[in-house]
Design a protein around this ligand. Structure first.
Ligand code: DAH
Length: 343
């Protein structure tokens, strides 16, 4: 009997469907029951052998089974998809904001740390912190600083020249003229910056390094003011009184000029490669600003005087953190650099 045959088919379809628990298994059930070569298709084909009376009922039964099977496959497909999604969500790693951070959180570069220290100390003494370019011109780097073309002082500061005639600044003093023109007198400013020189590289020389320039210009500024500010700043940075010595030094943009040295904090003054075995480190060349430099900056040297200094920030960081080789700073080596942290 056809109706029994259809019922048996319906039962086996439901059983197969219930067992299909993956998308692939479901597809296999669909093909085997509803495919072109499946039993429902065969039943349809058999209709043409029936009488018109029988055909009517049989047609309805077969169609009902086909519609029911198609709907059941679609419904089961949806249910399987939802279950798969729910499982994926369940197994996904959940973000928990209350857990401690797993990844390492990085650290500041030692130059950044000492710069912040020095910025803070000078800010509390009324100095503004100024920014300046890394690429400048011959006038700012040399001529405005009383270093005319062919002056022998240029030999110490060979640098990298750009085809358009500009150059990478060799010292932060290159900003002196710009800042005098910007503010006029009186002024107190520090200006940190990256400097470049064509250097033979060793444990204490790099072609790229940092300085912090400072200037104070006012009526009656003297060498005593210079010494006071330098000593205050250094004892703040190192958190202790250091041995400091002042020697005469020559810079075309100062009159008089000095070399300020501190006792080497790596060897305690005994002598080591970091201090070229002298026990002292040239940390801060400085001096009274040359009248020609003031005049070039639009300031009357008959009325105003001032001091300036060029603090070696890279050296200062070496001293403060006991870094033996200047090359570590530009190495990009996280092993070396991640040991410093902002405290
Ligand atoms: N610009 C000099 C250099 O890099 C250092 C310097 C010396 C800066 C004396 C100054 C100064 O401001 O007064 O060699």
């Amino acid at each position: 009997m056809l109706s029994q045959q259809i019922e048996a088919l319906r039962a086996s379809f439901r059983e197969a469907l219930a067992k299909a628990d993956t998308k692939e298994a479901l597809e296999a059930v669909r093909v085997s029951f509803l495919g072109k070569k499946g039993p429902i298709s065969d039943l349809m084909k058999g209709l043409r052998d029936l009488s018109p009376e029988e055909k009517k009922d049989a047609g309805q039964w077969i169609n009902a089974l086909k519609t029911e099977a198609e709907a059941a496959v679609a419904e089961k497909g949806k249910a399987l998809e939802e279950a798969a999604l729910a499982a994926a969500i369940r197994s996904a790693k959940k973000f928990n904001p209350t857990l401690p951070r797993e990844a390492s959180h990085g650290s500041y570069h030692p130059i950044t740390l000492v710069s912040r220290d020095v910025n803070r100390i000078f800010s509390t003494m009324g100095f503004t912190v100024e920014d300046y370019v890394e690429i400048t011109d011959d006038y700012h780097c040399f001529e405005a600083l009383n270093i005319p073309k062919h002056h022998p002082a240029r030999d110490m500061q060979d640098t990298y020249y750009i085809e358009n005639g500009q150059l990478l600044k060799t010292h932060t003093s290159a900003a002196q003229n710009h800042i005098m023109r910007k503010y006029g007198a009186p002024l107190r400013a520090i200006f940190p910056g990256r400097c470049f020189r064509n250097e033979a590289i060793d444990a204490c020389h790099e072609n790229t390094f940092f300085q912090m320039e400072g200037m104070m210009i006012d009526k009656d500024v003297s060498i005593s003011n210079l010494i006071y500010f330098m000593k205050t700043m250094l004892s703040e940075v190192f958190g202790a009184d250091l041995s400091v010595r002042l020697r005469p030094g020559f810079f075309p943009f100062t009159e008089p000029g000095f070399e300020l040295d501190i006792s080497c904090t790596i060897c305690g003054g005994k002598g080591c490669p970091s201090c070229k075995n002298t026990g002292w480190l040239e940390l801060c060349p400085c001096g009274m600003i040359h009248p020609n430099v003031l005049r070039e900056g639009g300031i009357d040297p008959e009325v105003y005087t001032g001091f300036a200094f060029g603090l070696g920030m890279t050296r200062l960081a070496m001293m403060k953190y006991g870094v033996k080789d200047i090359r570590d700073f530009n190495s990009g080596s996280l092993k070396a650099l991640s040991q410093f942290d902002a405290k």
